[in-house]
Ligand binder design. Structure first.
Ligand code: SAM
Ligand code: DTB
Ligand code: SF4
Length: 325
């Protein structure tokens, strides 16, 4: 049964379950709801890099920090399409285009993104975008162009949010998520651990996600990538067991959601990643770059899949399953 009425104390109890017992419970939920051999493979492309006006303390693309990221204007559609084709050839079924914008503006750049969405969709890939805040009208335009998913992370708890970002509010984030949902686009929404938040903050964020009227279809769990020049550059490295605990709790709370082992994989061994898959992660970002930071190569992931007996999930599987019922 999928629940949207989790209480904070229930979540706290799950989160604090002794680790091996927690993994066992999450693995059990995972195999009840999902094919545990399947992992969704998504590829990211930064279509507009750097120079962002926001002050997100973790982000290498914020204009106010010197991180060495080159500012680049919006890529040309043809070039983006080449990347999408390559990603598809390498086995990705979802292509996610990211822009370092605070929000979408109704201008020629947005028209170009709409064009990109149409063309990537025509390749038979699930198209995802992450472009910052959206109005209801903009969400609808993206939906009409064939957008499959929109990524917009809550990042942390509403209580801790102000310590990490001051240039927009938690409420702004929730409003965009609502606009996306109402336009009929699937929601990809998760967070980052390692920002200096407490366990309580993590539990609160999981509560917000798992009590949405509909769970996000995907929940990315990122480990902070500590980028030199950002205010969080000296944070301690995320403990892999914290990642496992977060993933396992998300899996139990949102049994049918794709839980994505997102940023941070370059610092994890195959054994550590295997523990995350066991705890219920069933999606990754593949390809040698996330947006601006490194990620394992397609080849490394291919070897990991072979070793662990994992296979890439096909595109649009959720639709196929519902239309067959
Ligand atoms: N500008 C848009 C926005 O903020 O929604 C879209 C792009 S933004 C880079 C997408 C997400 O990347 C952020 O919400 C954050 O969760 C994640 N992210 C950015 N920098 C990160 C880092 N250093 N480590 C982990 N995740 C990061
Ligand atoms: C998400 O949750 N993680 C991705 C994607 N959604 C957009 C981004 C991770 C970015 C890591 C830092 C970088 O490469 O710039
Ligand atoms: Fe800009 Fe997004 Fe980075 Fe925040 S996370 S600084 S909004 S690109």
């Amino acid at each position: 049964m999928i629940r949207n009425n989790w209480t904070l104390s229930e979540i706290e109890q799950i989160y604090n379950t002794p680790l091996l017992e927690l993994i066992y419970q999450a693995a059990t939920v995972h195999r009840t709801y999902n094919d545990t051999a399947e992992v969704q493979v998504c590829t990211l492309l930064s279509i507009k890099t750097g120079g962002c006006s926001e002050d997100c303390a973790y982000c290498p693309q914020a204009a106010r920090y010197s991180t060495g990221v080159d500012v680049q204007s919006l890529m040309k559609t043809g070039e983006v399409l080449e990347y999408a084709k390559k990603a598809k050839q390498a086995g990705s079924t979802r292509f996610c285009m990211g822009a370092a914008w605070r929000e979408v503006r109704d201008n020629r750049d947005f028209d170009r993104v709409i064009e990109m969405v149409k063309e990537v969709n025509e390749l038979g890939m699930e198209v995802c975008c992450t472009l910052g805040m959206l109005t209801a009208g903009q969400a609808q335009k993206l939906a009409d162009a064939g957008l499959y998913a929109y990524n917009h992370n809550l990042d942390t708890s509403s209580e801790y949010y102000g310590e990490i970002i001051t240039t927009r509010t938690y409420e702004d984030r929730l409003q965009t998520l609502d606009n996306v949902r109402k336009a009929g686009v699937t929601v990809c929404c998760g967070g980052i651990i390692g920002l200096g938040e407490t366990h309580e903050d993590r539990i609160n964020m999981l509560h917000t996600l798992s009590t949405m009227p509909e769970h996000p279809e995907s929940v990315p769990i990122n480990a902070l990538v500590r980028v030199k020049g950002t205010p969080l550059e000296n944070q301690p490295k995320v403990d892999v067991w914290d990642m496992v605990r977060m993933i396992a709790t998300a899996r139990i709370l949102m049994p049918a959601t794709m839980v994505r082992l997102s940023a941070g994989r370059t610092e994890m061994s195959v054994a550590e990643q295997a523990m995350c898959f066991l705890a219920g992660a069933n999606s990754i970002f593949a390809g040698e770059k996330l947006l601006t930071t490194p990620n394992p190569t397609f080849e490394e992931d291919h070897q990991m899949f072979e070793l662990l007996g994992l296979k890439a999930r096909e595109a649009f599987k959720a639709e196929r399953e519902t239309s067959e019922v």
